[in-house]
Design a protein around this ligand. Structure first.
Ligand code: ITT
Length: 204
């Protein structure tokens, strides 16, 4: 028996991390390349949670399969919580990780308060419209220059609390063990265990 769970993200880095963290026997995590004609979802809500729910609910209704979506971002205290829900396109359209990092360093130049956190909300939605969410957070600070080549997005600038290296200088396993996404999915594995088990059991 293998149940399909759609992962509603166009971000292949997120998909890779979700697969690394959340794979389990009997569950096949299907990316959007496995959903022909999948609609683009406009992220026009004002919280991580409501954007994650919108992405998961839209794809669950379209595909007829259980769907998970991740909405995440970086909150920087000295910038009043920016870029927050606008993290992907902080430096404008189209989304550009390098330009985002240049802008973040520029906005923080001279700032000694560099505390920040990554937040992640994961939504799980059934085709019938039942929704549940989990959250994960990782506290840290913004480096004064980019360091490392691993990960994606703001990883070269984010130093998690209790560490001296950026996420981009860590192995994928080390990042996933403490990241916002890793923490959200660890909660999901516990809170959604019975639901996911029932999905696996009911699959042909
Ligand atoms: P989907 O909506 O298709 O999932 P997206 O990249 O647009 O892809 P979001 O709207 O949730 O996703 O934006 C998340 C952005 O926050 C992402 O593009 C990065 O800039 C940043 N981000 C989130 N998690 C990150 C991580 O683990 N490491 C580095 N940057 C991260």
């Amino acid at each position: 028996m293998a149940a399909q769970l759609i992962i509603a993200t166009g971000n292949l880095h997120k998909l890779k991390e979700i697969r690394e963290i959340f794979s389990s026997p009997g569950l096949v995590l299907v990316g959007l390349d496995g959903v022909p004609g999948a609609p683009e979802v406009e992220e026009d809500r004002d919280t991580f949670e409501s954007n994650a729910i919108k992405k998961a609910a839209t794809l669950a209704a379209f595909s007829g399969a259980w769907t998970m979506a991740d909405d995440s971002g970086l909150e920087v205290d000295a910038l009043g919580g920016a870029p927050g829900i606008y993290s992907a396109r902080y430096a404008g359209e189209p989304a550009d990780y390098a330009a985002n990092n240049v802008k973040l360093l520029r906005e923080l130049s001279g700032d000694t308060t560099r505390s920040a956190r990554f937040r992640c909300v994961i939504a799980l939605c059934t085709p019938a419209g039942a929704v549940r969410t989990v959250e994960g957070c990782c506290e840290g600070r913004i480096a004064t220059a980019e360091r490392g080549i691993g990960g994606f997005g703001y990883d070269p600038l984010f130093i998690p609390e209790g560490h001296a290296t950026t996420f981009a200088e860590m192995t994928a396993e080390a990042k996933n063990a403490i990241s916002h996404r890793g923490r959200a999915l660890a909660t999901a594995a516990v809170e959604w265990r019975d639901r996911l088990h029932a999905l696996i059991e009911s699959s042909p």
